[in-house]
Design a protein around this ligand. Structure first.
Ligand code: T5A
Length: 220
């Protein structure tokens, strides 16, 4: 049966995930590969509704488990509606954030136990782990400055407010970075760390060389 490849981008706020996910999708399409570019939270109609709720900034106080369950409710629908059907049809899926985000945001930095998150991941993701996870590593202050510049800059991408995670203090963002590096260290076959302080085209070249060596080797 045909089976596509599943690639995720991870990293802190403003580390360039959306930029790199799009550049990679364009490059794979130019090679004739059928690509689905998607994101989390979101990526299916139901999951996009949950995204609006989670990022609205209007949530009443709630425990970390409740928040993680919302991310996992969105992910369960995204997997069932978008990701699994695309992979089964032989398409490649590039996803801007996935379950490592829950591990670091709600887990390592948010305080929820790794055992709880591992159980949710087992139930929802199971054997559907990404073939390659690209972790864009950047000093949090630089990533936050990039996100802020985009928000307050000119053009249609400017938007009014930082999301609730972006507004957390620098120590929270340092924990996120450490969490991602720990995942990369523990799962080197799936993950690769990419220095995100470089210019976008240099990062894209590094990403491409990782995709070529890990996923495209041997293909015509
Ligand atoms: N979340 C998500 C959880 O808490 N748990 C979960 O399980 C999941 C899935 C999602 C939020 O939800 C949280 C994490 C997040 O806080 P979001 O709006 O999707 O919110 O936010 P982010 O994923 O953080 O996306 P951002 O758009 O903020 O950052 P990106 O995608 O990393 O960065 P990007 O590509 O948009 O670039 C940001 C700016 O920098 C510029 C871009 O042009 C843009 O202006 N830029 C560069 N500038 C200089 N050099 C480079 N190399 C650059 N690359 C990009």
């Amino acid at each position: 049966m045909a089976s596509g490849k599943f690639i995720t981008f991870e990293g802190g706020e403003g580390s360039g995930k959306s930029t790199q996910a799009k550049l990679l999708a364009d490059r794979l399409r130019a090679k004739g590969i059928d690509v689905v570019l998607t994101r989390e939270p979101g990526g299916s109609p139901f999951a996009e509704q949950i995204r609006e709720l989670l990022l609205s900034g209007n949530l009443a106080p709630h425990p970390p488990l409740a928040e993680a369950l919302l991310f996992y409710a969105a992910r369960a629908d995204h997997m069932a509606t978008t990701i699994r059907p695309a992979l089964a049809a032989g398409r490649w899926v590039i996803c801007d954030r996935f379950s490592d985000s829950t591990r670091v945001y709600q887990g390592g930095a948010g305080g929820l136990g790794a055992d709880v998150l591992a159980e949710l991941e087992r139930l929802v993701v199971g054997a559907g782990q990404p073939h390659l996870t690209l972790i864009l590593d950047l000093a949090p202050a630089l990533g936050l400055a990039r996100a802020e510049a985009r928000r307050t800059g000119p053009g249609d991408v400017a938007c009014a407010e930082a999301d609730p995670y972006e507004r957390r203090d620098l120590a929270f963002h340092e924990r996120l970075r450490a969490g991602y590096l720990a995942i990369a260290g523990a799962e080197p076959a799936r993950c690769a760390v990419v220095d995100a302080a470089e210019a976008a085209d240099a990062i894209a070249a590094r990403v491409w060389s990782l995709v070529e060596s890990r996923l495209l080797a041997g293909r015509p």
